[in-house]
Write a new protein. Structure first.
Length: 686
């Protein structure tokens, strides 16, 4: 503002910059003097000038300075896709929101792609400090003389980066002023290489594709460090107008025309010779737009949830994680085909869906997860993942009950009376369990009761063990779905308590690994967008029971003669030449049918039924239902492998009793009573 002061002569002096006004007689600016008489006009002019300057300054501060984004956000990573891979590096799926992008360091970007981009976008990149007046003037002159078919932008690489990071695409003076200021600020914070790296990873290359690495993958099926010179010139032309030039727009001729402009500019700048330029323009490279597909979809979404809920990774769709999972895509495809094929065979039995889960029980790796017969099925809700859903396990839950019995002092030769019984509980109707065949077998050994899956014997065993104790045992084995204990009674012995398949296979690693429960974990390693390892899997084991008790369960469930009274000999539960423990399960209502079997090195679980719980018309464990699925999968996995029986642990020994050899612990063979041998069920047909 003009400052007014009093001097000795009493004359007012007004100063503003070099302009001096002395009283009302002398006005001069430098050596220029203004005659008296024009004072009023001058005062008005100066006042208007100052008001205008103040207004512009106020507008600039309010609209530009105070609304300027924080330039330090240039250091923050952009939205980046999280990629899910199988154990061999096969891409299963990419999770992203709006922008499909993966970060790549400048060192991985070919030099000729950098030169092509600078030639078409910013020739003076290494000379300017964020803004290029020369570039703007040249672009304007070019556009005036060449029309709309050959438009050229005047923004520098830095300005384009700033626009992508901080600003919208609106074409206003306000936005351009902000862009200019931020560009100058960014050039102060980052060196040229850092600006280039961020540019190549931020800008759009068409549709949802952002960043040069995803563009290379999408249009040429390879990482950016593998592209050739022609492909580099193609990519360099896309950022100027990605919606027009992108191959995704189905107008490749525009993209090729833009590529020709890039080649011409490279030729003018001397970064390629005429021979190379002719080869590129005369030979159009093949562009194959990557289709967005998903492999092992049920597993992929299970992994996404596992990353969030178990490993604590949030914002999956924008964090740019590289997730290597335990899935074996070959095993996955095999299992999926078998499930789909077998379900197609049993439509007549009103069986609408099937599922399967394959794990490595030594480390908890999920090798295959088939959540339904077909993820895209329309006749059922194909996206419903049975492997993670709550379903009743039927008799497949019985090994937990019998493990508890062994721990409580029983042996495989302990006699259990499989005769009819009725239980009376106050306030509830009488409970009379029945065997699957409708006939009871009388006195049988615990081994036969378990292997032949006798319901009456199992309920009697639970009555002795106690429902609460069975729930405790199940929870120690990893079952988390029986929290409301008031819901359960003796029918828990027959599988009335719902479980998740993922938890059931985890629980049964206790048997496979002779007492140690192994945590099921589908994630092997996770890298962040910079390639830094942020998670590595460590196998988690919890000792649940002594090895000898788990060993006895395995012996009972791998003995084909012990299950003969119900299943016959040589059924689909027997894998020729291999030692495999296996347990089936069918709910009384025929809503769920299971088969789960394991060795020390592999575990397979299968299920059939209907998503909505509609009963199946008929299913026979060992002949139809889930067992054929289980049989085909585990046979395929074990076909070329040697038999691996469980090593006999300390505290277990064999003894000849009742006309045969049996396994015992702690001398319990001394007090046995031999049970009559049940008549085997005739061997089922194929």
């Amino acid at each position: 503002m003009i400052k007014k002061t009093l001097i000795a002569l009493g004359r007012p002096i007004y100063r503003t910059g070099k302009l001096v006004i002395e009283g009302i007689n002398k006005i001069h600016f430098g050596k220029i003097k203004i005659k008296p008489g024009s004072n009023k006009l001058l005062y008005i002019s100066l006042t208007l000038l100052m008001l205008s300057a103040s207004g512009v300054g106020w507008w600039f501060i309010r609209e530009i300075v105070t609304d300027l984004p924080n330039v330090n956000e240039i250091y923050n990573p952009p939205k980046m896709s999280t990629k899910i891979y199988d154990r061999s590096g096969n891409l299963l799926y990419k999770f992203y929101k709006d922008e499909d992008r993966s970060w790549v360091s400048l060192e991985k970007i070919p030099d000729y792609l950098i030169k092509a981009t600078l030639a078409i976008e910013d020739k003076e990149f290494y000379q300017h400090r964020g803004l290029s007046v020369k570039g703007i003037l040249k672009a304007s002159w070019h556009n005036l003389n060449n029309g709309a078919d050959s438009l050229r932008g005047g923004s520098t690489i830095t300005q384009q980066l700033v626009k992508n990071v901080f600003l919208s695409g609106e074409k206003t003076w306000k936005r351009k002023i902000k862009e200019a200021i931020l560009s100058l600020m960014v050039e102060k914070k980052l060196n040229k290489e850092e600006i280039l790296e961020r540019y190549f990873n931020q800008v759009a290359y068409g549709g949802e594709t952002y960043g040069v690495n995803e563009a290379a993958i999408k249009y040429f099926g390879k990482e950016v460090d593998k592209i050739n010179l022609a492909e580099a010139t193609f990519l360099a032309g896309l950022p100027a107008a990605p919606s027009s030039y992108s191959p995704s727009s189905n107008n490749l001729e525009l993209a090729y025309g833009r590529q020709k402009q890039v080649v011409e500019q490279m030729l003018l700048s001397g970064t390629i010779d005429e021979k190379s330029a002719e080869e590129i323009t005369n030979n159009k490279m093949e562009v194959v737009v990557e289709s967005k597909e998903i492999k092992a979809p049920h597993f992929v979404f299970y992994v996404r949830d596992y990353l969030r809920e178990k490993l604590g990774f949030d914002n999956i769709e924008r964090r740019g994680l590289r997730v290597v999972t335990s899935l074996d895509l070959t095993v996955q495809d095999m299992a999926q085909n078998i499930v789909s094929d077998e379900i197609n065979k049993v439509k007549r039995l009103r069986i609408g869906n099937g599922a399967a889960l394959v794990i490595d029980p030594k480390n908890g790796d999920i090798l295959a997860m088939v959540g339904s017969k077909d993820y895209w099925a329309v006749d059922i809700e194909g996206k419903y993942n049975v492997a993670t859903a709550l379903r009743q396990p039927g008799s497949s839950i019985k090994p937990i009950n019998y493990l508890l019995a062994l721990q409580n002092g029983k042996s495989l030769t302990t006699i259990i009376d499989d005769s009819p019984v009725t239980y009376y509980v106050r306030g509830q109707p009488p409970y009379t369990p029945q065997d699957y065949t409708g006939k009871s077998l009388g006195k049988v050994t615990l081994k036969t009761a378990l292997a032949s899956s006798l319901n009456i014997a199992s309920v009697k065993t639970l009555s002795e063990n106690g429902v609460e104790n069975m729930i405790n045992m199940a929870e120690s084995m990893g079952i988390t779905t029986w929290k409301d204990r008031s819901r359960f009674g003796l029918s828990l012995a027959l599988g009335s308590g719902e479980v998740k398949m993922t938890e059931l296979v985890g629980a049964y690693t206790t048997f496979s690994q002779l007492g140690d429960r192994v945590e099921v974990n589908p994630v092997l390693e996770v890298d962040n967008y910079l390639g830094e390892r942020v998670y590595s899997k460590k196998t988690e084991k919890i000792t649940v029971t002594e090895p000898k008790y788990a060993y006895l369960i395995n012996q009972a469930l791998s003995d084909d003669s012990a299950r003969a009274p119900i299943f016959g000999t040589g059924s689909k539960l027997k894998i020729s030449g291999k030692t495999v423990a296996v347990k089936t399960g069918t709910t009384n209502s025929l809503k769920d049918n299971w088969c789960i079997g394991w060795t020390p090195e592999i575990m397979v679980s299968a299920w059939v039924g209907n998503n909505d719980g509609t009963p199946m018309s008929w299913v026979a464990s060992g002949i139809s239902g889930a067992t054929p699925i289980w049989n085909r999968i585990i046979t395929s996995l074990l076909k070329d492998k040697k038999d691996v029986p469980w090593p006999m642990p300390t505290g277990v020994y064999q003894a000849n009793v009742c006309g045969g050899s049996e396994y015992f612990t702690d001398g319990r063979e001394k007090d046995i009573i031999c049970a009559p041998t049940p008549t085997p069920t005739p061997t089922p047909g194929p």
